[in-house]
Ligand binder design. Structure first.
Ligand SMILES: Nc1ncnc2c1ncn2[C@@H]1O[C@H](COP(=O)(O)OP(=O)(O)OP(=O)(O)O)[C@@H](O)[C@H]1O
Length: 461
């Protein structure tokens, strides 16, 4: 499992611009000691690494390493996945809006040496964002599967693959602003965060989601820790040895059976029973089993009254006035938020956690955001709902639908009038955007699908 030959991309502009010195002083000496051949490319522009991985001959490498942040890792993962699909003649566009695409897992593994601003990938998969630790995991060939999700526009046009957080509303707006403040380094997020907070944005959205069929829930106290039983459950091909004091679990190089998730058949809805993309239960939403935080409608969360329990082939529908719509493929822990956005999310269970933060007072929103810094329960707020899901679709309500929705949910008729006449300040704001792994996606209406274990990373979990 130990790599013999690595392709290394260094982003000189990631984080505090220290990627090159981190590689030269800390990482390269470790690889040299292990006789690992290294081909090093210092990136010259955005998407340089993606383009290289997509088009150049990379067959001689066992692994590709990003020395940078999450954006850099995302870029390389996207390049490698797109190349793998092209070589296997697998289209990336979504042709059936109710069925996930079946993508192929690349043979080459991916690694990351933390040198960015957030470094959530290292923090979550290795427990720390430390370059030396990351280099050692790569050197010994530790391997772990990683779920990715794919994002599509409403038309089915492929947008990108993502591995950590995909968020509409607050985090999208923070990213938009922070991109203009890149010269400030990591502190740009603080400035952008405060500005975005002061200009509260609320979107009237409709969300369709496909609940997870797993027994795990976003509100579990169990976390994804080595060796994680949930990540290894129902994997088709990996051989996982249960760890003892002197043996560690080992994921095989390929989990090729796992990402073959095209379970849609030509049969109609009845086929859903045998599909991993179905739910066995047709229990009305929210689930009584606790897969979601059941919120008590109150003045801050009146949109919950409008929850639509339509169950169409397992899809659930909810409408609301949201400050944020977040999905977490992993806990998204980092130095600033050691438990992350969704502390019990898993690296490779085939699910993501959909977190809906409804309109609330600014004081309540601050309380919610501060809960991410400490170890408190971030789902224990009446205006926050969380669901473990396999896919979701987000649509900003068009004005007539939004007005109808406001009428249906509003406790005060003046608010409806305000919205209809566009005097409601929230309705006059421009649309928000998505932040996916720190990359901007401008289309508000998208669908997002999880692909279990789509890539293998140098990490232990
Ligand atoms: N030479 C370059 N010039 C400009 N942009 C680059 C260059 N190389 C890579 N990039 C882009 O810079 C973006 C940010 O890089 P990276 O993720 O390494 O750092 P970061 O944003 O500071 O960290 P994090 O993503 O962990 O918050 C990536 O999306 C990548 O595409």
């Amino acid at each position: 499992e130990r790599p013999q030959s690595l392709l290394v991309f260094i982003n000189p502009f990631g984080g505090r611009h220290r990627a090159e010195s981190i590689y030269t002083n800390t990482v390269s000496p470790i690889f040299d000691l292990a006789n690992i051949k290294q081909t090093v490319i210092v990136t010259e522009y955005r998407d340089h690494a993606k383009k290289f991985v997509e088009t150049e001959d990379i067959s001689k490498y066992d692994g590709i390493v990003a020395v940078g942040g999450d954006g850099m890792f995302n870029e390389i993962a996207n390049g490698l996945l797109l190349r793998t699909q092209r070589e296997n003649k697998i289209p990336v566009e979504l042709f059936n809006s109710d069925c996930p695409n079946s993508y192929k897992t690349p043979k080459i593994k991916l690694g990351v040496i933390p040198a960015g601003s957030t470094d959530c990938m290292s923090y979550v998969s290795q427990g720390i964002n430390d370059p030396e630790t990351a280099a050692l995991h790569i050197m010994v060939g530790d391997t772990h599967p990683l779920d990715l999700c794919s994002l599509y526009e409403e038309s089915g046009k492929f947008i990108r693959f993502s591995f950590s957080m995909t968020s509409y509303g607050y985090y999208g707006n923070v990213l938009r602003k922070s991109e203009r403040l890149r010269h400030l380094g990591p502190s740009r997020y603080d400035f952008a965060g405060v500005q975005t907070f002061l200009k509260k944005h609320v979107s009237k959205s409709e969300i369709h989601f496909l609940p997870s069929s797993s027994n795990s829930h976003a509100t579990d106290t169990t976390k994804c820790r080595y060796p994680c039983q949930i990540c290894s459950e129902n994997l088709v091909t990996p051989k996982i040895e249960i760890a003892t004091l002197d043996s560690r679990p080992h994921f095989t190089n390929s989990i090729s059976g796992v990402p073959e998730l095209n379970f849609c058949t030509t049969e109609s809805s009845g086929s859903a029973v045998s599909s991993p993309y179905s739910i066995a239960s047709t229990a009305p939403f929210p689930s009584s089993e606790g897969s979601s935080h059941e919120a008590t409608p109150n003045l801050e969360s009146k949109e919950f009254l409008a929850t639509d329990n339509n169950d169409n082939n397992g899809w659930k529908v909810v409408r609301g006035n949201y400050i944020m719509v977040n999905s977490a493929m992993m806990s998204c822990a980092c130095g600033r938020s050691p438990q992350g956005l969704s502390p019990s999310a898993h690296l490779a269970d085939g699910n993501m956690d959909l977190i809906l933060v409804s309109n609330c007072s600014q004081a309540s929103f601050i309380r919610y955001m501060l809960s991410h810094v400490g170890g408190g329960n971030r789902f224990d707020f009446p205006f926050v709902q969380v669901h473990r899901v396999k896919a979701f679709k987000h649509k900003v309500l068009a004005k007539p639908e939004a007005i109808a929705f406001s009428r249906q949910t509003s406790v005060s008729s003046s608010e409806v009038t305000g919205f209809e006449s566009s005097k409601d300040p929230e309705s006059t704001q421009t649309e928000s955007c998505w932040n996916t792994d720190g990359e901007l996606v401008e289309s508000p209406n998208i669908s997002v699908w999880v692909h279990r274990g789509l890539i293998n990373i140098y990490a232990r979990g």
